[in-house]
Design a protein around this ligand. Structure first.
Ligand code: ATP
Length: 240
């Protein structure tokens, strides 16, 4: 198991957002957490990447283990640097006043291996040719879809081999959503492990290997994504 979440309890102040959830991600998998608004999907990602309070959630119980080691005592920046876990937030969290290239470069600040960094620039521009055309453009002038690509690109530039994706389809036109997910599958085939949260459950279940359904802070269902997509309860609640 690459990532193992055990009985995780998370609060914002007095409000408990996750009531003891457990799930795992194996190396090489695409795993998705689906669920309605407010179910606790973003909270889960932020607990893993240790976004500190006040915006970030506070962990009150349970454990997050990565390659068998607890992340609870690890500082947020060290989670990325030492553990190789990168968070690609929704596209609107990129730095609008910086260019595409500058945004990508920011993610490489702690990397020492110049040749590997160069290879990763190439990989990002190969995966997202739109970003190549726009590398000197200020990011705020990118379309929503291009900003989404940049958010994923920036996560790749950390050199991490496990990425957490926050709603990669957000703001994308249907055709571009498919492109994005095909790109993610390509990345996965190249060895990237992916945990993604998605409102678009249909799309997420089509591309993921396994899925968990999160409902008001609890995992209520788990299984192979394909089987989940066929499950009448899931269809009724999330694919309707
Ligand atoms: P969405 O799909 O709408 O983004 P989500 O599944 O990602 O939803 P979360 O954002 O994790 O859900 O929210 C889970 C619960 O925690 C919600 O009840 C939300 O109101 C609450 N919450 C989230 N962030 C904070 C915060 N910074 N302070 C207080 N409560 C928060």
């Amino acid at each position: 198991m690459l990532l193992e979440i055990n009985d995780l309890v998370v609060k914002y102040g007095n409000i408990e957002a996750l009531h003891g959830i457990s799930f795992h991600v194996n190396e090489g998998e695409i795993v998705t957490l689906i669920g309605a608004n407010g179910a606790g999907k973003t909270t889960t990602l932020h607990a893993i990447t240790r976004v500190p309070p006040p915006e970030g959630p506070k962990i009150h119980g349970g454990d997050i283990r990565f390659r068998g080691r607890s992340l609870l005592g690890v500082e947020a920046h060290a989670v990325v640097r030492d553990c190789h876990i990168a968070l690609a937030p929704e596209g609107r969290h990129i730095f609008g006043n910086l260019t595409v290239e500058e945004n990508l470069k920011l993610a490489t600040f702690s990397r020492k291996d110049a040749a590997a960094v160069q290879k990763d620039y190439q990989r990002v521009y190969d995966l997202f040719p739109r970003l190549t055309e726009r590398r000197t453009q200020r990011s705020e002038s990118l379309s929503g879809g291009e900003q989404q690509m940049l958010a994923v690109g920036r996560a790749l530039m950390t050199g991490c081999n496990f990425i957490l994706l926050d709603e990669p389809s957000m703001g994308l036109a249907p055709l571009l959503m498919y492109d994005m997910f095909r790109t993610l599958r390509k990345l996965n085939e190249q060895g990237m492990t992916i945990l993604l949260i998605e409102q678009n459950a249909r799309l997420a279940l089509k591309f993921a290997h396994r899925a968990y359904v999160l409902d008001t802070g609890e995992i209520v269902m788990a299984g192979r994504a394909e089987a989940m997509a066929e499950n009448p309860e899931v269809q009724k609640a999330y694919l309707g």
